[in-house]
Design a protein around this ligand. Sequence first.
Ligand code: EPS
Length: 387
Amino acid sequence: MLRFLTAGESHGQALVVIIEGLPAGLEITVEEIQAEMARRRLGYGRGPRQRFEEDELTLVGGVRHGRTLGSPVAIEIKNSEWFRSDKWHDEMSPAPGVTKDPLTSVRPGHADLVGMQKYGFTDARDVLERASARETAARVAAGAVAKKLLSHLGVSVISHITQMGPVHNTSGVRPRPADLAAVDASEVRCFDPATTEAMIEEIKACAKDGDSLGGVAEVLAYGVPVGLGSHVHWDRKIDAALAQAVMSIQAVKGVEIGDAFDVAGRRGSVAHDPISWVPQLNDYRRDSSLAGGTEGGITTGELLVVRAAMKPLATLNRPTLKTVDVVTKEQTVSFKERTDVTAVPAMGVVAETMVALVLAAEAQRKFGGDSVSEFVRNAQGFRATLP
Ligand code: EPS
């Protein structure tokens, strides 16, 4: 089973990710992974960190002469500040010692207080360094590899931002894989020029107030084969796996498959995607995509649609959130850290990554194979004999 594990702190030396269960013979290069990671650094409203962060990466193991070996793939991503300066070397040193400056006015909405209570820490940095969304850089490196595997099945996973704070993209136009460059060219990764402008204005106004913004990303997976996931067990349902994976992204508080929240308010007669037989395709087609490409926990072969709602970041440039100093127990406002106004455009790229990792894992479970060619042959064999 394809799985991955990340390690590393936001201001430590590096992040690492190990991806286990990849077939042999998958062509992958540092440049391809780096290109995907550069997409995650995009976005109007990100803080100073993204202007100098280079996400310099090393393929440490599992790849030889540009191809996977079937062994675990290990990737290291250096944190630029650590390697380009002395900053953080004392504060984040793994050697024995204590911090000179513990963070104690915990931020509401962040992992600070609950993490300190759970793990018995007296410095919020012991929690926030790992809770930080910096960790998603390692996920995106893994996602780049998963996307490469999926490309052999003709699957493309893309995303676009449909809401930034109160500004919605109401154009109703969904990008296709060929439109991804146009989406990424928008500073907020929105597939509508007028809404892009309105979103940027909203971020500017928010930045002026020292505040932060949340929003919604829509992930679209094109070319997904029928039959991934299963109806037989709760933990094999692909919609459940997608929801968990996307919900695990830092600051994501809601996940929607298809038009779930709209469908909840409809009558059954207009809530489901009618099925047609299309002789030219020698295949079934759904006339709409309300279900978001899954029925009974199994992919239908239609467009997969997953939406993720991100809350506004809990770190504010002008802290106004009421909290308590955990040492003095006095009422105060949460501490200030260098931060972004919004990370919604980046979250869209991370959500693509999580969807790609789930689809790749489920495709591997269904089609198996120790090499990419065996994996593809098995998938083609399944498709060719579909009843
Ligand atoms: C983050 C705070 C900011 C973000 C960071 C996530 O970092 P810093 O505290 O170093 O300015 O830029 O995101 C990343 C570094 C990244 O690569 O996405 C936080 O507190 O979660």
